[in-house]
Design a protein around this ligand. Sequence first.
Ligand SMILES: *Cc1c(COP(=O)(O)O)cnc(C)c1O
Length: 220
Amino acid sequence: MSIAESIAKIRASLSEEVRLIAVSKQVPTEAMREAYKAGIRDFGESRIQETETKQKLLEDLPDITWHLIGHLQTNKAQKALQLFQWIHSVDSLKLAQRLDRLAAELNVTPQVCLQVKLTDDPHKHGFTQPQLLEELPALIECHHLSIQGLMAIPPLGLNEGETLTLFENASHLAQDIRQQWPQLPLRELSMGMSGDYHLAVKAGSTMVRLGTILFGERGA
Ligand SMILES: *Cc1c(COP(=O)(O)O)cnc(C)c1O
């Protein structure tokens, strides 16, 4: 199947409210141009350097929205703000406060998602549920960040039922937060990759991040 055909097929299977982010990490810019021609305007990347290179090569396509979906080290926060309109992977208060300070200096207001950890694996990035609820007042004080929603990545190796449950937990957490902090828009749920987006959408995802299913295996 061509990239355009894959995009058309996925798009047709998703409700209009779900934003399709084409994850183009390790994908050459020629393939990104094909996706662009097929209507994609949202691209997801996980590395700063790679994104910088690609943005130069795609300078003639001005209306792309760039989404950072990978873990961001605080020392690259400034660069990230220069390259991305969306940062899905805000995974600590410290990073949020750093981004907030830099965003004020750069006079930008990035859209961000707060990445939540769906299990308490210490090796995974993200806020645990109790941590997020405790730190939300401080996060809300980051006035130069436009907090749009939650982002979640389930761990590998779960069955479909377990994965669905984790996505539903994230969805319920977002509902709880909306009730407690109505001033926060928190409309978005950035959940779902090629292997599990059908489950994420069932649980209320509003942004799916799809790579392999659109572009084929990375590095293949
Ligand atoms: C790579 C990546 C994706 C896309 O994964 P696919 O399985 O190729 O669809 C989505 N989200 C994040 C955070 C990723 O790192």
